[in-house]
Design a protein around this ligand. Sequence first.
Ligand SMILES: NC(=O)c1ccc[n+]([C@@H]2O[C@H](COP(=O)([O-])OP(=O)(O)OC[C@H]3O[C@@H](n4cnc5c(N)ncnc54)[C@H](OP(=O)(O)O)[C@@H]3O)[C@@H](O)[C@H]2O)c1
Length: 358
Amino acid sequence: MALAENGRGLTGINPMVGAVLVRDGMIIAEGFHEGFGNAHAERQLLEKSDQKISANDILYVNLEPCCHTDKKTPPCAQFIVEKGIKIVVYGLIDPNPNVAGRGIQFLQSHGVEVIGPVLPEECARLNRGFVSVMRNGRPWITLKSAMTVDGRFANASGSPRLMITSEEQDRWSHLFLRARHDAILVGIGTVLADDPELTVRPHPLLRQGFGGQAPAPFSDGGRGEPYRIILDPHFRIPLTARVVNGELAEGTIVVRKEPEDSEEPEEPEEKMRILEKRGVRILTIPLNRDHKILNNGSGYLPAEHSVTFDWQSFWQALTTPSGDFHGISSILVEGGSRTWGAFREAKTVDEEVILVGG
Ligand SMILES: NC(=O)c1ccc[n+]([C@@H]2O[C@H](COP(=O)([O-])OP(=O)(O)OC[C@H]3O[C@@H](n4cnc5c(N)ncnc54)[C@H](OP(=O)(O)O)[C@@H]3O)[C@@H](O)[C@H]2O)c1
């Protein structure tokens, strides 16, 4: 599982997978899935290793070896059999409906002893993004908020930003929340109010792999940062916003609604052109006018700001790889209150973290 972590931020909607080959209780070869479209962990290990496989060698892998052929790389189960591996221990049955136990059956029917699933909960937790995409058709959603001890989340509109969390809490949430998700998401209200950067601030622990607890996420060869997603149906984002400037622009995705006939076409088009030139990705998603955004439980918003994107179309766009975009399997929703309300109302929150400070 620690080896699998090396692929964090690189595998897109694919799982993070690590594999080790053990002989007489010693690891003699290891491999991991290095990124979307690259060799799977088992193949990587077996191709790289110059060891002659003996009958007692055990292959350990955190996910059932694949058996389907409609993908970029050939099936691992077949390769394992061809290489002469006789014992496989796996952590989790693959939730991909194209595999779902067939990899195990293939191995067993070719005389391989298969043991597992040995750590299904831990392995599902590691790959919660992939499991969610497979089971729910959408990324894993963690909702994060910070509130003061007296229950405030923000200052009144127009007032200076309410600083809530301590430096230590910020460091923790950068290391264990932001750096552990494929994307950080906020509503346009937060961009207009706070002009955040939505980055994982460089910290020595990231480079040292969390002090030995896990390898560094988004490490060499990765994009370096999770994506930034801005929900902005009315395309209000200022060209001066930090998330669409400098090197941040390339990792930012602005989600807007389809333009309507009544709108002035020129201004948004010019803005789109400028943003796209900077490397910002613009997703156009239809609205679902039947769905209303709750204002954090305190009532519905005025009609012009109460509609949500059509969730189905939104998930589809985020989980469909295209070109150098390999899909997003986990999102940290950072706010503000309207955005939290929309995700809660749609019952798409898998985990919620509240930091209490100030
Ligand atoms: N304490 C914390 O943890 C925390 C974290 C972040 C922000 N904040 C604070 O929260 C305040 C901003 O919160 P806010 O509630 O005013 O704004 P917000 O949640 O940042 O943005 C709300 C707007 O985003 C768009 N939006 C959100 N979800 C959508 C969905 N599912 N579909 C379509 N559009 C969606 C809508 O844009 P339109 O209005 O264009 O329709 C909506 O009105 C700021 O003061 C900020 O400092 C606090």
